[in-house]
Design a protein around this ligand. Structure first.
Ligand SMILES: NC(=O)c1ccc[n+]([C@@H]2O[C@H](COP(=O)([O-])OP(=O)(O)OC[C@H]3O[C@@H](n4cnc5c(N)ncnc54)[C@H](OP(=O)(O)O)[C@@H]3O)[C@@H](O)[C@H]2O)c1
Length: 309
């Protein structure tokens, strides 16, 4: 069995991957900025924690020491709203932080790298610092000389993510559902269990290399996705879309950037509303790993349906 370091192992994808990897008999160590994080999903599992920060190369050596594989699944706090004063940026954490992890992995003799990337990298328009940072991070991973896979993940939904469960709960009492902008950009959402499964296979099947897309089978607009989550949370009751105009979102982003702790930014508005995240080319989970992620209707029902939240 393999000893695996997971950066971002307390985060959404990282913790589900950590749980599955433990269940599959691997030894898991999680890098966290906190000394003793409490991750409810991982309580009772034999997970080790190493304190460190991807922006601080010296803190990474002990975390990577003795590991055969590493899953890099960190992103800066409050992503995608940067906080330059606290060095919480695409460039500092997503790019430079990944480069530091790659160097630490090389030094520790890690044999396998799995980078958790985003589907927007396949369609980097409009140009965006988040996509630039992740492309540079992916390059560092592939140029490391370590056998590597980059999983380009689509929009993830889960009962314990930061956004969709709140939306599903709010939909129980509100007839209206806020839609950022027109909600016309497209995505192919994927359930977190399928992302965790792709991570586990990417760690274990060391002959597989390169970029693999991790996408659900259904392509929808953001508007359709938000309404479907709201409807699943409200036990099937129809909901009315309430579009928030782009101009208002940008104004809120402009104001949000100026707060001592930014709550929103114009870059975050672009990231959330203007990327096409459809998944029409490249290697799929079925081709790389031999499984198809669950469909959206079944996945939303499993996650939010029948009063599950
Ligand atoms: N969620 C999605 O829908 C989605 C879709 C496509 C791609 N992705 C990509 O998948 C990856 C994981 O996303 P996620 O949604 O699972 O993340 P998340 O839930 O926001 O968690 C972020 C993780 O990063 C860690 N972290 C933050 N700053 C750090 C630092 N300076 N040093 C070390 N660790 C740090 C945090 O750990 P501590 O707080 O414990 O330090 C936390 O575990 C990211 O690259 C993201 O862009 C996510």
């Amino acid at each position: 069995m393999t000893k695996i370091l997971i950066t971002g192992g307390t985060g959404l994808i990282g913790r589900h991957a950590a749980k599955l990897l433990c269940e599959r008999g691997h030894t898991v160590r999680i890098l966290s900025r906190r000394a003793r994080p409490d991750v409810p999903l991982l309580r009772g599992l034999p997970v080790e924690y190493a304190q460190g920060d991807v922006r601080d190369p010296a803190s990474l050596a002990p975390a990577f020491a003795g590991c055969d594989a590493a899953v890099l699944s960190h992103q800066f706090q409050n992503f995608p709203v940067e906080n330059p004063k606290r060095n919480e940026t695409f460039d500092a954490v997503d790019r430079a932080g990944t480069e530091h992890c790659v160097a630490a992995a090389q030094q520790a003799g890690v044999q396998r790298l799995v980078y958790i990337s985003g589907i927007a990298l396949g369609n980097p328009n409009p140009p965006h610092p988040g996509v630039q940072a992740k492309l540079a991070a992916e390059r560092a991973v592939f140029e490391s000389g370590i056998r590597a896979v980059s999983l380009r993940v689509n929009v993830v939904y889960a009962a314990d993510d930061k956004y969709f469960p709140r939306l599903a709960r709010a939909a129980r009492w509100s007839p209206f559902v806020p839609i950022p902008g027109a909600g016309a950009s497209r995505c192919t959402p994927v359930h977190v269990d399928d992302v965790a499964r792709a991570v586990a296979y990417a760690v274990e099947r060391t002959a597989i290399g390169g970029v693999v897309n991790v996408c659900g089978p259904d392509e929808v607009t953001w508007k359709a996705l938000i309404l479907a989550v709201a409807q699943a949370g409200a036990e099937g009751r129809r909901k009315l879309p309430m579009h928030i105009p782009h101009s208002l979102l940008f104004l809120a982003g402009w104001i949000g950037e100026r707060l001592p702790t930014p709550l929103l930014s114009r870059e975050a508005v672009v990231f959330a509303t203007q990327f096409d995240q459809s998944c029409r080319s490249g290697v799929s989970c079925a081709e790389a790993f031999g499984f198809c992620p669950i469909g959206l209707d079944a996945g939303l029902h499993k996650t939010f349906g029948g009063g599950k939240l």
